[in-house]
Design a protein around this ligand. Structure first.
Ligand SMILES: NC(=O)c1ccc[n+]([C@@H]2O[C@H](COP(=O)([O-])OP(=O)(O)OC[C@H]3O[C@@H](n4cnc5c(N)ncnc54)[C@H](O)[C@@H]3O)[C@@H](O)[C@H]2O)c1
Ligand SMILES: O=C(O)C(=O)C[C@@H](O)[C@H](O)[C@H](O)COP(=O)(O)O
Ligand SMILES: [Zn+2]
Length: 373
């Protein structure tokens, strides 16, 4: 890994005519106006979406840079938290956007974490059948994962992200300075999605995280920027190869079949953050792989041990009454269900994720039971 200076690192998502850059580094919110102007020379107006925690911290700086670059802009602020990924919030947002007089060249700018990014991205996908979309992710999770790749969605009472669209951003500005105000619990949730890339296909990155994760979490800016760049390169390569998840993109769902079921069961509140659910889900996915005889037990323990060492949960809250049948019911609504069968992301060890459509129901049930015991 290289030490990182203040100059941004740029990763490109290679999607032909729709290719876009992810700039990673400090101070990018203050430069957003001129960078958006370069990407969208014709746009004169912009619509900014943020939440009520992020807006007081960063909207003034973003607004000043937009105005300096000649943009008039409107803002729409939603309450912070997963509950804002709802049809009701989407409707209010769309009406506000249309009231502002969006044109097909008017960009939607998401300033916030994955909740704001997923909601704003979906609104950008459907307003006027699609307007330009700029991601300015302010959480670690959003910088390593949700701002890249074009999955946008809101939740349904039937499950997580079940209403959405693929709509790629035209620009991603990951201002690493914004991570300085992020609470540790949120940082850890993003760390789980960062570690996911090591578990999926990069054992050396996993080794690196074991060595440097604690310092990264403690605030080392260079380590953070390095980990974000590695994560974005990994995600960009998968997305460029399989944009609409007809195959290998599903690997990015490691831990999510279990994780989304846990999130649905906790009602998308503060009790369990997405990244926490994914951490637990990844331990479950490796444990399931071990039960099927494909993953060494020592790799499962290594993952569990590292997550515990940094402070991530590795099993559902034992103080809560969990119902295995209900969890399995949620898993049956996973978007990776095909012909009634769930496609699981398993791993032949750290760095060896693969897809399996033939996982015996008993093994899934045993995995859940062991984790909930
Ligand atoms: N589209 C994708 O590919 C993708 C990938 C992963 C996750 N997701 C989705 O992302 C969502 C989770 O995103 P998240 O973890 O960023 O959660 P989030 O957007 O809820 O942000 C977490 C919390 O941190 C606050 N916050 C954000 N930036 C801050 C900052 N710089 N300083 C202080 N506080 C800040 C927010 O207000 C919020 O309270 C989930 O809905 C998940 O499904 C989507
Ligand atoms: O980008 C992807 O592809 C992912 O799977 C990234 C995940 O971290 C993210 O949580 C995604 O929203 C889950 O996919 P979904 O299709 O089940 O919503
Ligand atoms: Zn995720």
């Amino acid at each position: 890994m290289m030490a990182v200076s203040d100059a941004p690192t740029t990763v490109t998502v290679a999607l032909g005519a729709r290719a876009y850059p992810i700039h990673i580094g400090p101070g990018l919110i203050g430069r957003a106006g001129s960078l958006i102007r370069e990407a969208l020379p014709r746009a004169r107006r912009a619509f900014v979406i943020s939440d009520d925690t992020v807006a007081p911290l960063y909207l003034e700086a973003l607004g000043a840079s937009l105005e300096a670059a000649g943009f008039a802009f409107a803002r729409h602020i939603v309450p912070a938290g997963e509950a804002s990924k709802s049809i009701a919030r989407l409707e209010a947002l769309l009406e506000d956007m249309l009231g502002f007089g969006m044109e097909r060249s008017t960009p939607v700018i998401a300033l916030g974490g994955g909740v704001v990014g997923d909601l704003a991205g979906f609104a950008a996908a459907v307003a006027l059948r699609g307007v330009p979309f700029v991601q300015i992710p302010t959480t670690l999770l959003a910088q390593v994962d949700s701002s890249v790749g074009g999955k946008t969605a809101v939740n349904s009472r039937h499950g997580k992200n079940l209403i959405g669209a693929f709509h790629q951003p035209c620009l991603v500005l990951a201002d690493t300075g914004a991570l300085d105000t992020l609470p540790r619990r949120e940082l850890l949730a993003g760390y789980a999605e960062t570690a996911k890339y090591g578990l999926i296909g990069d054992a050396a990155f996993w080794d690196w995280l074991e060595a440097h994760g604690p310092a990264l979490l403690a605030g080392d800016a260079g380590l953070r920027a390095d980990a974000i760049a590695v994560s974005c390169r990994a995600k960009a390569a998968v997305v460029a190869a399989d944009e609409r998840e007809s195959g290998q993109r599903a690997l990015l769902n490691l831990g999510h079949t279990f994780g989304h079921a846990l999130e649905a069961e906790t009602g998308y509140g503060d009790a369990l953050l997405h990244g926490e659910a994914v951490a637990i889900g990844m331990v479950m996915a490796l444990d399931l792989s071990r039960r099927l005889g494909v993953c060494p037990g020592q790799d499962v323990e290594r993952v569990r041990g590292h997550f515990e060492a940094v402070g991530l949960p590795t099993r559902p809250d034992p103080a809560r009454a969990w119902d295995i049948d209900r969890l399995i019911g949620h898993m049956a609504k996973d978007k990776k269900v095909d012909d009634g069968r769930v496609t699981f992301v398993l791993a032949k060890g750290i760095g060896g994720a693969y897809l399996n459509r033939d996982v015996p129901a008993d093994a899934v049930r045993e995995t859940l039971a062991a984790s909930l015991a």
